[in-house]
Design a protein around this ligand. Structure first.
Ligand SMILES: Cc1cc2nc3c(=O)[nH]c(=O)nc-3n(C[C@H](O)[C@H](O)[C@H](O)COP(=O)(O)OP(=O)(O)OC[C@H]3O[C@@H](n4cnc5c(N)ncnc54)[C@H](O)[C@@H]3O)c2cc1C
Length: 502
């Protein structure tokens, strides 16, 4: 008889965003009669509770889980996000926008930023954002979901969400429990390993209960209860590239209608986020403790929020980097337990989502096959390193002169990023590597937003008569403006479809 090697039980350790997303995806793919899924979490410890901005890939997760988006936005007091507005990055007064969409269709097979560059050389001073539909919508406070099926230009953008992180975890929890996931409340005080293999055998709770499983997902947050404290996989720090290691977070009252984008404002030793929700704003100053202190950070944070602070600022400490192994023995770390990149591009929830999807793709048996585990680890490492490079790009292009900004401008870059910058400067293109989350229009938005123009544009642009090109680009701008004017405001859309229940 063939040995039964199937995983019969999975214990998810942690009930934050990563724990509940992982459980929800597992419950979606596994047969509950064959595989028991349990989430253990501790209310006493709580969740980090600050991940409130997302990127468009979250819509794939919603689709997979059968989530009705309007219901989801209502339940999480959420709003819509068309991109990120960067203020004072590059230099004080600079404003640029990383929108969820490209700068329109290619023209004659050449990306639009090359045509923009040619017009610029001819004296046209318009910004690249003038060719971004998400920007046109964002500036006017407009939102309605695009209809990609229509094939029309006015649907050529993507979107994501802002939400209340605590409400999001509760929303996912309700969905998981309805689908057969068992939740256990309790604080883990001990982890037992099999003597021979070193695999994790069980966890023990403070009240003495023992939870056994075939496979474990470590979603215990920064502490990495299983992956680090038990399996000791080690941490690769990226602090020499990403010196920010603290955040002070504070909610504030809403002022006016929430804009449909996140704002990131560079400050003297880091940057401040504003995430507008229906009932409040989330704010936080991400800073480097090497270059400022907590008192000064608190002062700047509170001076730069729009409404009134609704609580005392809360300090969070972190170290940018990744766990050397995301999968070790019979345990996969997901979320903060697997590493952390500062939230400049709101990528942590994306990495949670791709990690659990990848685990489904490379699903284990009871005895871990090293070939499967190693490939999983390779893909996770590639993905997070590509995101890391994109985040470092925002810093290293700066022209600001405060000590932290001087440091990031002159630091030695990862080779993979240096290669991208070199090719961009040489010819306005960005080499795409494997597991790349950000495509060329995103890179172009950050390069051009920081006034880093390539030495030349694509010579194929010169096939087009300059007057005709100028007319075509003007028509594109006019279309975006007209389409945006016709759309409802985000506030009207929310009131109509997804206002938070009274
Ligand atoms: C300043 C900051 C801003 C951020 N902003 C964003 C953003 O805008 N967008 C984004 O995508 N991400 C953001 N993130 C990241 C995001 O917050 C996390 O990726 C996300 O919340 C997932 O966290 P988690 O579930 O891994 O960990 P946590 O939320 O910390 O959850 C850990 C869970 O483990 C449980 N646990 C721990 N130890 C034990 C134990 N001994 N026994 C039992 N249970 C235990 C806890 O009770 C909790 O349920 C931000 C992070 C920080 C620090």
């Amino acid at each position: 008889m063939m040995e039964d090697t199937a995983i019969r039980s999975i214990l998810v350790v942690g009930g934050g965003t990563s724990g509940w997303i992982s459980a929800a995806v597992l419950a979606r793919f596994l047969d509950p009669r064959k595989t028991r899924i349990t989430v253990v979490e501790s209310e006493e410890i709580g969740i980090v509770g600050v991940g409130e901005a997302t990127v468009p890939i979250i819509r794939n997760l919603n689709g997979l889980l059968g989530i009705d988006e309007n219901d989801f936005v209502a339940a999480t007091n959420g709003s819509f996000k068309l991109g990120i507005e960067f203020r004072d990055w590059g230099e004080t007064g600079n404003v640029h926008f990383h929108g969820f969409g490209d700068f329109g269709d290619d023209i004659g097979g050449v990306a639009p930023h090359h045509h923009w560059l040619k017009l610029r050389r001819l004296g046209d001073k318009r910004r690249i954002e003038d060719y971004s539909l998400p920007y046109a919508l964002g500036q006017r406070g407009r939102f309605t979901p695009p209809n990609p099926e229509s094939g029309r230009g006015d649907s050529d953008y993507r979107y994501a969400f802002h939400f209340d992180a605590a409400l999001y975890a509760q929303y996912l929890r309700r969905m998981c429990e309805a689908r057969g996931v068992v939740r256990v409340e309790g604080r883990i005080t001990n982890v037992a390993q099999h003597a021979e293999s070193g695999d994790i055998a069980s966890v023990t709770l403070a009240d003495g209960r023992v939870l056994e499983a075939d496979f474990f997902i470590d979603c215990s947050g920064f502490r990495g209860l299983l992956i680090e404290q038990t399996l000791k996989t080690g941490y690769e720090s990226w602090q020499h590239w990403l010196p920010c290691d603290r955040a002070l977070a504070v909610p504030s009252s809403s002022e006016g209608e929430p804009p449909p984008f996140t704002t990131s404002t560079a400050l003297e030793a880091g940057w401040q986020w504003r995430i507008p929700l229906q009932h409040r704003d989330g704010n936080g100053y991400v800073f480097s403790s090497r270059f400022t202190d907590e008192d000064r950070a608190r002062e700047l944070l509170l001076a730069n929020i729009k409404g009134e602070a609704l609580a005392e600022p809360r300090l969070l400490q972190f170290e940018g980097g990744r766990r050397r192994l995301a999968w070790a023995h019979n345990c996969v770390a997901i979320g903060l337990a697997s590493g952390f990149l500062e939230p400049l591009e709101s990528t942590s929830i994306q990495l949670i989502q791709t990690a659990i999807a990848r685990l489904i793709d490379y699903f284990p048996e009871r005895r871990t096959n090293p070939a499967i585990r190693d490939e999983y680890n390779r893909l996770c490492a590639n993905e997070v390193e590509r995101v890391r490079d994109f985040i470092i790009l925002h810093y290293c292009l700066t022209r600001r002169t405060e000590p932290m900004w001087e440091f990031v401008r002159s630091m030695e870059l990862p080779e993979t990023l240096a290669a991208k910058i070199d090719l961009w400067k040489a010819m306005g293109r960005v080499p795409m590597m494997t597991e790349e989350s950000y495509q060329e229009p995103s890179w172009a938005a950050i390069f051009l937003g920081n006034d880093v123009l390539p030495d030349r544009y694509d010579p194929l642009v010169d096939r087009i008569d300059p007057d005709m090109l100028a007319r075509g680009m003007a028509a594109r701008r006019a279309d975006y403006a007209a389409w945006a004017e016709r759309m409802p405001t985000q506030a009207a859309y929310i009131r109509r479809h997804c206002a938070m229940p009274a």
